[in-house]
Design a protein around this ligand. Structure first.
Ligand SMILES: [Fe+2]
Ligand SMILES: [Fe+2]
Length: 472
């Protein structure tokens, strides 16, 4: 059922765009606006070309092609995973019915909203990361940054395709708005909080790709289950690209921890600030920040909207097919976090209204695996220090714990105690200034900044000292 991707077209695609002139024209008129946005809000470092992966097919084998390409000429395309004509809806009140190829009128507004919220995060991260090229620790890292950037651009295309193809004039207007909102803008910010935060340095970038991109992975995982088949197929393919973004975050933090541990051991001290690396307590503070703002992205602990999305079949659970319950959940309950008489507690709710909590818990377990991995690096360096995820109530702005202040260990604090102590747990101006001071670019082939270890492997079988990026 898959169409061969057509690269002779202005917009590479496997959705037979050529056969739908109206849609093709609409997308071709959005394309110059996208390129203007890329020029004005995308990466600021001038480059001649970058060794990039371009999606060229959706099959299991050889879905991507690697070559040096000028970034502006990147072939942002529209690729949906292969269609399974026998696909059935896997959950909710329509469970067992054929998946939808068109948007049912009654769910139009909700589906459009879900697509816009997902779509808004994609260009937001490009905007957040636009200045990082100026301080890249190596050409390898620079290339990875740009790879993530062009793929987030492609993810925007993926959502804009759905808006144009299935949501008429309103969809086209929303597609324009996706280019007009900007990360951190005072008058028209991005929709979700974490996507208006700055990513001013590379430690933030690795933490962002570990924790915040990982939220994206989980959101895409729930949309991949959607009864609306084009959305499901789009998200399935996006998840393939997301794996690389996760790798950049995971191994990026690995390499920062590894280098810090090395310098601690060599100099037999914890106090490495003056030794040109990032002290472990500062790494912990960045972790605390990015983890807590990413937890907020999952929304309230209970939500009737999400219950309705599930029942309608719009948005499933992580790993829905592997769950062993009835996939309707109408009679089930679950425990969710709650604030009861000012104390951190749990309360039982209908399973359907607790689905944000269900997804957040899957995410938390996944985040813990990264922390375990970083602690193994510390252990094998012979150090007793360990990193950890802060308490789920720490630094929350959304959900049951938003009204209280809590230490990373879960101790409830007065506003005054919080104000006095939060600098121990979240990056201070001094910490940020130190990290920024280390961010001197290294653009020489095979060289790397002193605050980070080199990667174990290069990209696509190339060595670390490959000429991944040609600057202009
Ligand atoms: Fe993305
Ligand atoms: Fe991503």
């Amino acid at each position: 059922m898959t169409m061969a991707p057509d690269y002779t077209e202005k917009i590479p695609n496997n959705v037979s765009l050529r056969e739908d002139r109206r849609l093709q024209r609409a997308l071709e008129s959005w394309q110059p606006d996208f390129l203007d946005w890329w020029e004005s809000m995308g990466p600021t470092l001038p480059t001649r070309d970058v060794y990039l992966r371009t999606a060229i097919n959706v099959g299991r084998e050889g879905w991507a092609h690697f070559a040096h390409v000028p970034m502006r000429d990147y072939r942002w395309g529209i690729f949906l995973a292969e269609r399974d004509p026998a696909r059935m809806i896997g959950f909710g009140e329509h469970k067992g019915e054929p998946a939808w190829q068109k948007v049912p009128g009654e769910y139009r507004a909700d589906l459009q909203r879900l697509i816009v919220i997902q779509g808004d995060t994609e260009p937001a991260s490009v905007e957040q990361q636009r200045n990082l090229g100026a301080s890249a620790p190596s050409l390898y890292d620079l290339r990875n940054l740009f790879q993530v950037n062009v793929e987030e651009g492609r993810h925007l295309w993926a959502m804009v395709y759905l808006l144009h193809a299935y949501f008429g004039r309103e969809g086209r207007e929303e597609a324009e708005e996706l280019l007009h909102r900007n990360s951190g803008s005072a008058d028209s910010p991005r929709i979700l909080g974490a996507f208006n935060e700055e990513t001013p340095d590379w430690l933030s970038f690795y933490m962002f790709t570990y924790f915040t991109d990982r939220d994206g992975k989980y959101q895409l995982g729930t949309l991949k289950e959607s009864a609306f088949d084009p959305l499901s197929r789009t998200c399935e393919f996006m998840l393939k690209e997301e794996a690389h973004h996760m790798m950049v975050g995971t191994t990026g933090v690995d390499r920062v921890v590894e280098r810090t541990a090395q310098v601690m051991v060599e100099n037999d001290t914890d106090d490495v600030t003056a030794l040109g690396v990032i002290p472990l307590p500062v790494i912990q503070k960045y972790l605390n920040f990015h983890y807590s703002v990413s937890l907020d992205l999952f929304g309230g602990d209970t939500s009737t909207n999400v219950a309705n999305y599930y029942t309608a079949g719009l948005k499933g659970r992580w790993n829905e097919p592997r769950r062993t319950d009835d996939h309707r959940l109408t009679d089930d309950g679950m425990l969710v976090d709650a604030l009861i008489e000012g104390q951190i507690a749990q309360t039982e709710v209908a399973a359907l209204t607790g689905l944000n909590t269900d997804l957040r818990r899957e995410y938390i377990a996944d985040c813990q695996s990264g922390v375990n991995r970083w602690n193994k690096i510390l252990a094998s360096a012979g150090l007793p220090h360990r990193l950890k995820l802060p308490h789920v109530a720490f630094n929350r702005k959304v959900g049951a714990f938003a009204p209280i202040e809590v230490s990373p260990d879960g101790e409830i604090l007065s506003a005054a105690e919080w104000a006095a102590r939060k600098g121990q747990w979240l990056p201070t101006d001094v910490d940020k200034t130190h990290v920024l001071s280390l961010m001197q670019p290294v653009y020489e082939r095979g060289k790397i900044a002193a605050w980070i270890a080199p990667p174990r492997n290069g990209i696509n079988g190339k060595p670390f000292d490959y000429d991944y990026v040609h600057l202009s």
